[in-house]
Design a protein around this ligand. Structure first.
Ligand code: G6P
Length: 369
């Protein structure tokens, strides 16, 4: 088993460290930065559909649902198509309004999740076109869908999803730019710029992994916490949700992700001198607003751990701990900002003596309702 773990103590750590490669594998043959071109063979036949579609509905569960929320931001921002993201388990039972004009994208690492499969069957009955974003080749969901894009992350053994999540986000990024390209929403020169940035992401993730020791020290400080809050805005909001999910899944610390601006409508009541609050505060839109949220937490004696853009000095003066991640275009922040959150959850769980690869009560794939 040690051999299978490639020298790491746990599959989760091995899979976290595989991400520069898994993201590279996901992008390979799909982006042509110099030409400013995205090619997605699996959905090529549906190019006309993508040019005309009025609405996209994303269905998924768990971490895959978080990837879907990132996809919503990306597709709406760059391709300008309205997107709704639904929990498959809710969607299937609420008589959703779907027509043959709709495009449904089902996201699933395993391709076997019962609720997601049922949501697909329902949308299919109503005549929608269904795409899949799956990791396991030939699983049930890729067989049920009309077309799809594999994530190519390789087998994921750790129950808490890591490399599958960043691969799903990578595919959604590709889909967003593919639709943008088909609908003429981005100029050729801008496409070159974006895809050149995207092509660099595996290297930036490699850089972010060098933060491991720094994050381990932060983990040691907060390992005995009973609660933890994760805050972000825009596409960093789903990243906050995913950071909270990782922590609660494997360390059993109660954690919640929230949009930073919603803090004042509830979570702020929880803040005292024992509460760690993790902010995603990179230098992009909403940066100044997130800074004022950080000040609000500090005024109530909360402990701030801030993920910031490399070279940031403003947040450094306010936060208790800063984690500097390499600078990138706002579109790709989720892919880089997720890495320190995975590492933080991992180290805290290990320090608490938890079984990180097989957390209690959880299954890698939920094939029953
Ligand atoms: C389970 C797993 C999660 C996963 C979710 C959805 O809860 O523990 O890691 O995100 O199922 O699984 P899927 O295979 O459909 O992505």
């Amino acid at each position: 088993e040690m051999l299978e773990k490639g020298g790491y103590d746990h599959f989760m750590m091995k899979e976290i460290y595989e991400q520069p490669r898994s993201i590279r594998d996901c992008l390979r043959g799909r982006i042509y930065p110099q030409q400013g071109k995205v090619q997605l063979g699996g959905i090529k036949e549906y190019t006309e559909k993508l040019k005309n579609v009025d609405r996209i509905i994303i269905v998924a569960c768990g971490t895959s649902w978080h990837a879907g929320l990132v996809g919503e931001y990306l597709i709406e921002e760059y391709a300008r198509v309205p997107v709704e993201v639904e929990y498959a388990s809710e969607f299937r039972y609420r008589n959703p309004i779907i027509t043959e004009k709709d495009l449904v994208i089902a996201i699933s690492q395993s391709g076997e999740t019962a609720d997601t499969m049922a949501a697909i069957e329902l949308a299919k009955e109503k005549g929608a076109t269904i795409f899949g974003i799956c990791n396991v080749v030939g699983a049930s969901i890729p067989r049920l869908t009309h077309a799809g894009v594999y994530t190519h992350a390789g087998p994921e053994i750790g129950v808490a999803s890591t490399k599958a999540f960043t691969a799903q986000v990578s595919v959604l990024t590709l889909i967003a730019f593919y639709i943008a390209q088909q609908r003429g929403k981005i100029t050729q020169s801008k496409m070159v710029e974006y895809l050149t940035g995207l092509n660099e992401i595996p290297n930036l993730v490699q850089e972010a992994l060098k933060l491991n020791e720094h994050i381990r020290q932060i983990a040691a400080r907060f390992k005995d916490s009973t609660n933890c809050l994760f805050l972000g805005r825009g596409s960093s909001f789903p990243v906050a949700l995913e950071g909270a999910l990782k922590l609660k899944e494997i360390s059993y610390i109660h954690a919640e992700g929230y949009p930073a601006a919603e803090m004042k409508h509830g979570p702020i009541a929880l803040i005292d001198d024992e509460m760690p609050v993790v902010f995603i505060a990179t230098k992009h839109s909403s940066y100044e607003k997130v800074i004022s949220n950080i000040q609000e937490v500090k005024a109530r004696k909360g402990h701030v751990i801030a993920i910031v853009s490399e070279g940031d000095t403003e947040v450094k003066g306010m936060a208790d701990y800063v984690i500097e991640i390499p600078q990138t275009n706002e579109a790709f922040v989720p892919l880089v900002a997720t890495i320190p959150l995975q590492l933080l959850a991992y180290h805290i769980a290990v320090m608490r003596g938890c079984n990180v690869d097989q957390p209690r009560n959880l299954a890698k794939s939920v094939t029953v309702e």
